[in-house]
Design a protein around this ligand. Structure first.
Ligand code: NAD
Length: 356
């Protein structure tokens, strides 16, 4: 089996390549990356070690995608994964650049799958769920975090978290919409041209070796900032906003189940995330990092205003993945933070380089 991973030098792409090289020794792993993510070049040597072939290229450029060898599976990990991208809050990406990357890029990959009858795994996001509906969940303060007030009347939300039935009504963020549109296109191409598609809506993914961007690697960002004694801020919700997290190897384990069972008759779109055991508030994250690293830096400043697309509570209801794939996240939030802090302490100079 040949497996092609786009974004293979990124955090998830690289971890998935390493996991699959180990778990499927007969498989040929290769991948494409344009090395646009700062730090991604540092995975090139390790990719060689696991025997994965690297192609330098861009999913937006049809000629680069056309030049790739045929594969049995394409795992799409190449995206701009920044929720604020294109919104004008950050000045690094325009809305057109975001859509070209996350949407036109998807179309090039779908044409590749059509041409080679290649299966597709799309790493989607919990950001496809409606912001206004997430904001309508009633919450109360409990200690250092927010918690939902039961019983919930919001469709698709229960004490287990947000399920696949939750509304995907815009606004979702430009990033979330680029992913939701990619999901629809992938399902449509699959129906029209008969190649298998699996879509995993992932909550926050983290773990040792992540590049530590606030928008894409909040656990690493927080741990590295504490280690380097950089100032931190609780933006909105006094630091009590809640997310969940899972390790990249959990995502890779799910992907492996999916690519080895292309025609299983189970839902094609599922949630994957850390769930309640993998949930944390920013205050809890701060306390965990202080404990594992020794208190570092001044306490986070509290900023009252929220930013566009901020939501106070998101926990993944992953029961469908559990039922259909016998899958669940392996680590609690505290276990994940401990591993990241340990890795950061052991790799302080690399972390310093990434942070500039
Ligand atoms: N990190 C998370 O918490 C998270 C959560 C949910 C979903 N996801 C999804 O998982 C996927 C991987 O995310 P990640 O955290 O590994 O991001 P990442 O930024 O670490 O990796 C993305 C990789 O893709 C490459 N890339 C970007 N645009 C490209 C292009 N046009 N052509 C070729 N290569 C390109 C980058 O250089 C980088 O190496 C994304 O699709 C993201 O939306 C991530």
């Amino acid at each position: 089996m040949r497996i092609l991973i786009t974004g293979i030098c990124g955090y998830l792409g690289f971890r998935t390549a390493s996991f699959l090289a180990d778990a499927l020794p007969g498989a040929e792993i290769c991948g494409l990356d344009n090395i646009s993510r700062r730090g991604s070049e540092s995975n090139l040597a390790a990719l060689k070690k696991v025997g994965a072939k690297f192609y330098h290229g861009d999913i937006r450029v049809q000629a680069d995608v056309d030049a790739l060898p045929p594969a049995d599976w394409l795992i799409d990990c190449a995206a701009n994964p920044t929720v604020l991208a294109g919104s004008g809050v950050l000045n690094d990406t325009s809305s057109r650049q975001l859509m070209e990357n996350n949407l036109s890029g998807t179309i090039n990959l779908l044409e590749y799958c059509k041409r080679h009858s290649c299966g597709l795994v799309l790493l989607s996001t919990s950001r496809v769920y409606s912001i206004s509906d997430l904001l309508s969940i009633k919450l109360r303060i409990k200690g250092e975090r927010l918690e939902p007030v039961p019983p919930s009347t919001v469709l698709g939300f229960s004490k287990a978290g947000v399920s696949e039935d939750f509304s995907t009504r815009p606004p979702l963020s430009l990033y979330g919409t680029s992913k939701a549109a990619s999901e629809l296109l992938a399902l449509e191409y699959s129906a029209a041209f008969g190649f298998p598609v699996w879509i995993n809506r992932c909550g926050v993914i983290g773990g040792p070796g992540q590049f530590g961007r606030i928008d894409q690697g909040i656990l690493s960002f927080w741990a590295y900032s504490k280690l380097l004694k950089r100032p931190l801020k609780f933006i909105g919700y006094s630091g009590r906003q809640v997310r969940d997290c899972m390790d990249a190897s959990d995502v890779a384990a799910l992907v492996m189940k999916q690519i080895t069972s292309p025609s299983r008759n189970v839902p094609r779109v599922i949630n994957a995330g850390g769930g309640l055991r993998g949930s944390f508030s920013l205050r809890e994250l701060d306390a965990l990092c202080s404990g594992f690293l020794g208190a570092g830096g001044p306490p986070p400043a509290i900023v009252r205003e929220t930013r566009p697309y901020d939501v106070p509570y998101y926990v993944t209801d992953y029961r469908l993945a559990e039922k259909t794939w016998d899958w669940k996240p392996s680590l609690s939030a505290a276990e994940m933070v401990e591993r990241i802090c340990r890795w950061a302490s052991d790799n302080e100079s690399l972390v310093g380089q990434w942070f500039g």
